[in-house]
Design a protein around this ligand. Structure first.
Ligand code: TGC
Ligand code: FAD
Length: 390
């Protein structure tokens, strides 16, 4: 039996509404039933379990905060966070698929798109009939996306798109890609590229030791003719893709807590059962130190995410506040996973437990959506007014 207990040391449940708890619990049940039993096998085989797409749509993971009129779940930001937390309790790669679909594909179409684009794409993305990807990172431009080389030219009745994106989640199977490219004046715009357009290919990236249950690939544009109606008209400049990242980074700040909770819960149960020197290892002070520090850090991260969610609901969260939560909570989860792995001794490296998979996944999470160091520099700039990037 799955004895999973969600740590809630500071009664944070009391801060949630009944609706929040229902949404959280249905996501939790679904992960328990449809994700946890199969995910290790898919991760070992480096394959994304496509059969869970319907379930993700059903728990509201595709566009939780997109209005119902466009197929979204019409929920608030705390609900979005709770759904991400529960999914990442299962696997960071599955949460990645949901993050990309919601915050990096549906969000820009909803926020920067026109009515026709919203009607054409959002309902199909919300139901999972179409899957999306988000192309910002390039081979030569990761932390510095403003340097991107991918570009498009106005050819009268269409745009001609050239360039390449790499490290793109969902790329190998996406039906649509929101792609960021420069026009002839060097201004960044978002274009919706559809599978089947001539010159558009999405080769898969292999040999990953992390996020193995998530499909990662390239987006290659070789003279792709993109219809003019596929340009997102309502925002341009680097701020447009960065606005999407704000939403995804917020979701990750919750998601990482889910991975940490799962590692902590597994280590706690193991330590109470595993005996060495005639005692449960949980009785040894060194093991108690690990567990006590884990629950302390998880609790702080929960409070940070919850407060950020309430600020987001009020439209008051700043990008720098989101960076702080993404950075803190992912690093917290990575440390919890590393300590939990040690607590299981040899068993800690086995796929019979989820910890090593979480630990390896979190190496991607601490890198994507702005690296750990980039988020520190964002905080540094915010508090000093001095730019440490360049
Ligand atoms: P900078 O000059 O600071 O800013 C350019 C323009 O953007 C505005 N801006 C923002 N707007 C909205 N939200 C934000 N968070 C914003 N941050 C900045 C800014 O006001 C400015 O506007 P304007 O009107 O003056 O032009 O830009 P910079 O070139 O100095 O770069 C800043 C930096 C380094 C912080 C930024 O580029 C950055 O965040 N780099 C990290 C790149 C990154 O996070 N890439 C993620 C790729 S997507 C991904 O990883 C998906 S994984 C998903 C999954 O699987 O879950
Ligand atoms: P670089 O930018 O080359 O950074 C290398 C190192 O230098 C880092 O430690 C960085 O912190 C440091 N560094 C860089 N600049 C500075 C500076 N000014 N000061 C101090 N240190 C600095 N991207 C997408 O667009 N869409 C996706 O769906 C997507 N999915 C991903 C999935 C996975 C599994 C992974 C691993 C990545 C994904 N990414 C995606 C790309 C991700 O966003 C980038 O890897 C990330 O932004 C870092 O870029 P980079 O890898 O080019 O590293």
């Amino acid at each position: 039996p799955d004895l999973y207990q969600a740590p809630d040391y500071y009664n944070i449940d009391d801060l949630l509404s009944e609706e929040h708890k229902l949404i959280r619990d249905s996501a939790r049940e679904w992960v328990k039933r449809d994700v946890s039993p199969i995910i290790e096998d898919y991760a070992q085989r480096a394959e994304f379990p496509k059969q869970i797409i319907n379930g993700l749509a059903e728990i509201g993971a595709f566009g939780p905060y997109i209005p119902e009129e466009f197929g979204g779940a019409g929920l608030d930001q705390i609900s979005y966070g709770l759904i991400m937390q529960e999914i990442e309790r299962g696997d960071s790669g599955v949460r990645s698929t949901a993050s990309v679909q919601s915050s990096l594909v549906m969000y820009p179409i909803f926020t920067y798109g026109n009515e026709e684009q919203r009607k054409k794409y959002l309902p199909k993305l919300a139901s999972g009939e179409w899957m999306g990807s988000f192309g910002l990172t390039e081979p030569n431009h990761g932390s510095n996306p403003g340097g991107m080389e991918t570009n498009f030219k106005d050819k009268g009745d269409h745009y001609l798109l050239n360039g390449a994106k790499m490290w793109i989640s969902n790329a190998p199977f996406c039906d649509v890609a929101v792609v960021w490219a420069k026009n002839e004046e060097g201004r960044i715009h978002g274009l919706i590229v559809e599978r089947g357009m001539e010159g558009f290919s999405t080769p898969e990236t292999h040999n990953k030791w992390s996020l193995r249950a998530s499909a990662t690939g390239e987006l290659i544009f070789d003279n792709v003719k993109v219809p003019k109606e596929n340009l997102l008209p309502n925002k341009s400049g680097l701020g447009a893709p960065l606005g999407c990242l704000d939403s995804a980074r917020y979701g990750i700040s919750w998601g990482a807590i889910g991975a940490a909770m799962d590692c902590y819960d597994t280590a706690l149960r193991y330590a109470k059962e595993r005996e060495q020197f005639g005692k449960p290892i949980a009785q040894f002070q060194l093991q108690q130190k690990k567990l006590a520090e884990m629950i302390t850090e998880i609790t702080k991260a929960q409070l940070l995410a919850w407060r950020l969610g309430t600020l987001k609901n009020e439209g008051k969260a700043t990008s720098a506040q989101i960076s702080m939560a993404k950075r803190n909570n992912v690093e917290m989860a990575l440390k919890v996973a590393r300590e939990a792995r040690q607590m299981l001794g040899g068993m800690g490296i086995s796929g019979d437990y989820s910890i090593m998979r979480h630990m390896m996944n979190l190496e991607s999470v601490v890198t994507y959506e702005g690296t750990h160091d980039i988020h520190l520099l964002i905080t540094g700039l915010d508090i000093t007014g001095l730019n440490g990037f360049k």
